[in-house]
Write a protein that binds this ligand. Structure first.
Ligand SMILES: *Cc1c(COP(=O)(O)O)cnc(C)c1O
Length: 796
């Protein structure tokens, strides 16, 4: 949009007066932020309304991305950037003697997810608006986001994240679009005269689902799509005592803080049905305002199931088409399959969602009937050709459970993994049987990130340098960064690149100082691992690497200085992950206070990892640790963010690391460790013996022993617990097996660091190749190959 500084100042002053009945100068920072957000909301409001009207007017097919998590991050900066008014607004703020950075920092960070899944969903929404695709989000407005993490004596402590205490400026409550979601009770099927069945509900519990819409502003496109988040409220006018009321509101009260373990969780099931039913109902209502014939639904609507949490969209859409639209089963099924598509995010069988049939039947009696019929017809259709054994294994109902991943594949026309390796492994592991039945449905869509947030907003020193070097085209099409390869050996460019990185490291050092009271050396290698704390991601291997370096330095070896930076939350009930957190903090205590390694080895574990903290850490990284056991990390996306800001990747051949290396060149990364195939082989033939590896390697032996021999104070129970997992339970994630090659690869990076021109060349290769991992390309591939929703402003 076009805006002058003068006009902005006028608008901003007016907003301050309207909202707070006072002059801008007299407001608190939080109020100044709120007034600013209010102005910016006004700047896109017309385009938002117009986008919706345009889609309707030209009967545009729309995609609805159903996800139980969204992590949009702070939106002020990204809205200004995408509207193209960031420079003007910042100039205006300066003229008002306000500091833009202070105002940006006053915004909260909605933690409506655990990690990669939620961040991916938000990246896709940003990308779709930015290439002009009609794509909207559908999720839950949790009253409390993922817990706020603090460390007390090195232990994780969880505080509630009351992110709605201050009004959330970007949401708009749409009471007029509320719908009713039904739970429990009994269902009676009464034959209608036309032969169809009418579902009559007795004693069902009605819950009001109220949507809150958040604008997803496209980058320079004038397209503003919608993220719709649903809140549960009692139906107005019905008597509710406090207990009944809170039984309703608790549905959207908390984010389930664990996306990797399944335990008995009726509340989670209620959450899932709540946002799926509300979303599907509102899509159908909107569709019927535009079109007469619901048979045309797949022509105008695509619904995407992001991981299995929204998989009951299969059953809910069937219920509506059967019960409310009185279609035959075959008609309804054809529409459902043509409308839905599904992304799988995990290969770990223990993380595959399934619901005990009695729980599902009790809470969602009509959906359970539909599930039984899906199951019956599935068996009837495929048993003859594929045999009872296979069909039993692949059916939606089995072992007394409703298996959501299977249901999602059966009820969708397309199913994808999130990196090439992952998509291949799906076909011969968790979805093998369904691949046999439906091979044409399977495809790959490697994840992506939005370089607007991670480079343009979070890494301005780099963004400025790229502008000076290439002009601004890379901002719209980051594949333009390929041109950087010509600069890979240009000393001036490498010097400027190093200076930009150093500026980011100084900024992160200030954050570390303010948060932990630790003074780190900005000329050291910043070695970063940021992601959920999980055994498969192997933060433990990184810790072992630190202990190896610590011992070497103490023994008088000379190595380049390193600062190890961690960010990670552990699920509150995940004992092992919490033990590793305590270990990292204990190791930090040890090395940060040991004068023998002062300034040469430091560990900074920053609490409360989230999108905003990631924006501080990522631009400052020299090394990106992507060290999951091969075959366990579906894709990873922090690997891509760190690549895009010029870190070198220290990685196993897992997830998207493989594609990143292929893109940047074989020498661009430090790879190590077992391959997925080797791991699978060892698991099959039980040939791995962790204790033997420990006994055979004196360095590893010494490192492991540090966990139990008192060398690291403060881990009297955690140290032995971790060592028990490694030696007595044979090291499920092959940490010991990969230790030696990990240290070797890490030492190669030390050597490279001592040859700055070589290091710089590798950085350039990574930056040059990073553009293809923009989510803009990922969503276009989904649009063309899965959703049939095309970009209005394609980047290609
Ligand atoms: C990108 C991102 C993730 C995903 O990180 P992985 O290392 O790919 O697991 C998780 N959390 C936040 C806050 C992120 O920004």
């Amino acid at each position: 949009m076009s805006l002058t500084t003068t006009q902005f100042i006028k608008d901003y002053r007016a907003a301050a007066l309207t909202l707070f009945a006072d002059q801008l100068e007299n407001l608190s920072v939080r109020q100044q932020y709120a007034a600013l957000a209010f102005v910016v909301k006004g700047y896109y409001a017309t385009d938002w309304a117009k986008t919706k009207a345009d889609y309707d007017a030209r009967q545009q097919k729309q995609l609805y991305y159903f996800s139980i998590e969204f992590m949009p991050g702070q939106l002020l900066g990204s809205n200004l950037l995408n509207l193209g008014i960031k420079t003007v607004v910042e100039a205006g703020l300066h003229r008002l003697t306000l500091d833009p950075a202070t105002l940006y920092a006053a915004e909260g960070d909605p933690g409506l997810g655990n990690g990669g899944l939620g961040r991916l969903a938000s990246a896709f929404l940003d990308a779709m608006a930015s290439v002009g695709m009609a794509g909207n989000g559908n999720g839950i407005r949790y009253q409390y986001g993922l817990f706020e993490q603090r460390f007390v004596d090195g232990y994780q402590v969880e505080l509630p994240d009351d992110w709605l205490r201050d009004p959330y400026m970007w949401e708009t409550r749409k009471e007029n679009r509320a719908v009713i979601v039904k739970f429990g009770g009994q269902v009676e099927l009464r034959p209608r005269r036309n032969g169809s069945l009418q579902a009559i509900y007795h004693n069902a519990e009605d819950v009001l689902a109220v949507p809150y819409d958040i604008a997803m502003v496209g980058y320079h496109t004038k397209r503003v799509n919608t993220l719709r988040l649903w809140a549960a409220e009692p139906v107005p006018g019905r008597a509710h005592n406090l207990a009944e009321k809170s039984r309703v509101t608790e549905i959207t009260q908390i984010l389930y803080p664990d996306d990797s373990n399944t335990t008995g969780r009726e509340l989670r099931l209620r959450q899932e049905y709540f946002f799926v039913s509300a979303g599907v109902q509102s899509i159908i209502t909107h569709f019927k305002r535009q079109h007469e014939d619901l048979h045309l639904l797949p022509q105008f609507v695509a619904i995407h199931i992001n991981d299995t949490h929204p998989a009951m969209a299969v059953l809910e859409l069937m219920r509506i088409l059967l019960d409310e639209e009185q279609m035959t089963w075959d008609e309804a099924w054809a529409i459902t399959v043509a409308t839905l598509s599904y992304t799988n995010h995990t290969l770990m069988t223990e993380a595959l969602e399934s619901w005990p049939e009695p729980m599902f039947a009790g809470l969602l009696p009509r959906l359970y009937q539909v599930a039984q019929e899906v199951d019956r017809r599935f068996r009837a259709t495929y048993t003859k050709r594929y045999g009872e054994l296979l069909v039993n294994r692949a059916a939606p109902l089995g072992d007394g459970q409703l298996r959501m991943a299977y249901l999602a594949v059966i009820g969708s026309h397309a199913v994808n993994g999130v990196a090439k390796l992952h998509s291949e492994l799906l076909k011969d592991s968790v979805l093998k049987d369904l691949y046999t039945l439906f091979p044409a449905r399977f495809n790959n869509k490697t994840n992506g990130i939005t370089p607007r947030r991670w480079v343009q907003l979070a890494d301005q020193p780099l963004a400025d340098l790229l502008d000076q070097t290439l002009g601004q085209d890379w901002r719209r099409d980051p594949r333009q960064l390929e041109q950087l390869r010509a600069k890979a050996t240009t000393p001036q460019f490498l010097t400027a690149l190093h200076a930009a990185k150093r500026q980011n490291k100084v900024a992160l050092a200030a954050v570390i100082q303010a948060t932990l009271g630790l003074t780190v050396n900005p000329d050291a290698i910043f070695d970063v691992q940021i992601k959920r704390l999980h055994a498969y991601k192997r933060q433990l291997l990184h810790v072992f690497g630190i202990l190896e370096a610590y011992r070497a330095l103490k023994a008088g070896e000379d190595r380049p200085a390193r600062v190890h930076v961690f960010g990670a939350k552990a699920a509150p009930s995940y004992r092992y992950a919490k033990a590793v957190i305590k270990l990292i903090n204990a190791v930090a205590d040890l090395v940060n206070h040991d004068p023998d390694v002062a300034g040469r080895l430091q560990v900074a574990f920053l609490p409360n990892y989230g999108v905003t903290l990631a924006e501080h850490i990522i631009p400052a990284a020299d090394i990106s640790e992507q060290i999951s056991l091969a075959g366990t990390e579906a894709s990873g996306t922090s690997n891509m963010k760190l690549m895009a800001t010029g870190a070198l990747t220290l990685a196993t051949l897992d997830g998207a690391n493989i594609e990143m290396r292929a893109a940047a060149g074989p020498a661009s990364m430090a790879m190590f460790g077992l391959t997925a195939e080797e791991v699978a082989q060892k698991q099959r033939d039980h040939s791995y013996n962790a204790r033997a590896v420990y006994e055979a390697d004196p360095v590893l032996h010494a490192v492991v022993d540090m966990l139990t021999d008192g060398s690291i104070p403060g881990i009297a129970s955690e140290g032995p617990e971790i060592v028990t997992e490694l030696l007595d339970y044979n090291d499920t994630y092959f940490v010991l097996a990969d230790f030696q090659s990990y240290v070797t690869a890490s030492r190669q990076l030390d050597q490279l660091w001592q040859a700055p021109a070589e290091w710089g060349k590798r950085v350039v290769e990574n930056l040059a190749a990073s553009g293809q991992f923009s989510a803009d390309f990922t969503v276009q591939r989904y649009g063309r190959e899965v959703w049939n929703v095309l970009p209005e402003h394609p980047v290609d």
